[in-house]
Design a protein around this ligand. Structure first.
Ligand SMILES: *Cc1c(COP(=O)(O)O)cnc(C)c1O
Length: 410
């Protein structure tokens, strides 16, 4: 079925020996003894939730990103919901966002009864294109949600300028970009609100968890209330003040992150810089190993940013391959490389198609990228051997499917 080449080794998918014996996931957490001990200490303490670890984690996190306030939530999705609420989104309002993201970015707009409006992405970074977004601003537009795809910061200065002109709120979905920098400032320090996730595949984990950072005290207060039923002071404050009185001032939710989770977050935060360096090392290794492979395009880093490398998404140059993305994907999986695809453009999900009449062809950049994307394994706990396996498998599979002979193999 497949054209054999001079350098061909039998692919695992065709019955050959796989590059690895066990599946290497595309992302996973690292938990050490310090992490475990810090959670155990909380289990032995008085406060499992709404205790001191919550404020400690929030303060340390705010200090790290360089924001005035950090408000924790039970997930990145809950944090996005809080941000959409604090932005004042409601029925009749529109919010602009990228189709090249996880559905939660757009869903949070729907939670508020507002309408997500998608704009196409830039070809290099796959981030929301500020010009395309600007073209879709209407009287109803109230917010813009750029996404730092794969860990490459969006053009926040451009979005803040647009927001200034049109009185919009910028909610940066930085779930991929903890530790990234844009023009020498850390992601999380300059959008009106920035949202992070602590899911195990992200840079720092609390099991499930999320955070919103902001410099605006009014937004910080609304976010704190929203995550606690809309109540204006939390239980610990009341206890320490010996008061029973509290007031519910808005309709909120219970989105409180526990002390167990916050203790884990605090412990993980200490290792973040080292983990980011490791991700940079892995990205540099991939870039140098794959630079001569014409069947793929590597992710681009613009000059004014420091990437956070949550993902390492390559794009297949399908005209140089005798296989589809699905075939290359299956072949890599058979080699036990846990590749993934980020993302199916949000507007193409059945829910969005049915509810808003979205269809294929609306956002050519996002859809064209989607047809060619494959995320290679990228996480700070990868060993050199793991990285080597990915390199070997990618070279093996691409050599097999390449139209251009001979494909260089080392
Ligand atoms: C992970 C992620 C989310 C959601 O975070 P959860 O903590 O899983 O709820 C939202 N947006 C993007 C871009 C993400 O990667």
């Amino acid at each position: 079925m497949h054209q054999a080449t001079l350098t061909d080794e039998a692919l695992a998918i065709d019955g050959g020996e796989p590059v690895r014996d066990t599946l290497l996931p595309y992302g996973r957490q690292s938990i050490d003894e310090d992490d475990i001990q810090s959670v155990v200490n909380v289990l032995r303490s008085d406060w499992l939730t709404t205790g001191p670890k919550v404020g400690e984690f929030e303060e340390a996190f705010a200090a790290y990103v360089g924001a005035k306030y950090a408000i924790s939530f039970t997930s990145g999705t809950a944090a996005l919901h809080g941000a959409a609420f604090a932005a004042g989104l409601g029925p009749g309002d529109e919010a602009l966002t990228s189709p090249m993201t996880f559905a939660a970015t757009a869903n949070c707009v729907l939670y508020q009864g507002a309408t997500p409006v998608f704009a196409d992405i830039s070809a290099d970074t796959l981030n929301l294109d500020p010009q395309k977004a600007t073209a879709l601003i209407t009287q109803r537009t109230r917010a813009i949600l750029p996404v730092d795809y794969a860990g490459h910061p969006a053009q926040i200065d451009a979005f803040l300028e647009i927001a200034d002109r049109h009185e919009l709120i910028v909610i940066e979905d930085a779930c991929h970009a903890l530790g990234a920098q844009y023009r020498q400032r850390r992601t999380g320090s300059f959008a009106h609100m920035t949202v992070f996730s602590f899911h195990p595949v992200k840079h720092l984990t609390t099991g499930e968890g999320g955070m919103v950072t902001t410099n605006r005290p009014d937004l910080a207060e609304t976010l704190r209330r929203f995550r606690n039923h809309g109540i204006s002071s939390d239980a610990r404050q009341r206890q320490s003040q010996g008061q029973w009185h509290y007031e519910m001032v808005l309709l909120g939710f219970n989105y409180r992150l526990t002390d167990l989770a916050c203790a884990l977050g605090l412990s993980q935060l200490k290792k973040l810089e080292a983990n980011l360096s490791r991700r940079h090392e892995i990205a540099a290794r991939y870039a140098s190993e794959f630079r001569d492979l014409s069947p793929i395009t590597l992710p681009v880093t613009r000059e004014d940013v420091t990437h956070a490398w949550h993902l390492y998404p390559i794009q297949l140059n399908l005209e140089k391959l005798s296989a589809t993305r699905a075939e290359v994907f299956r072949a890599l999986r058979a080699e036990n490389i846990g590749v993934n695809v980020h993302y199916i453009p949000v507007h193409l999900h059945p829910y969005y198609r049915d509810r808003f009449g979205h269809r294929a062809g609306e956002f050519p950049m996002a859809e064209n990228a989607y047809d060619r994307l494959i995320s290679l394994p990228m996480f700070h706990g990868m060993s050199d051997r793991d990285v080597e396996d990915v390199v070997k498998a990618v070279r093996k599979v691409l050599a097999h499917f390449s139209n251009e002979l001979p494909c260089p193999i080392r």
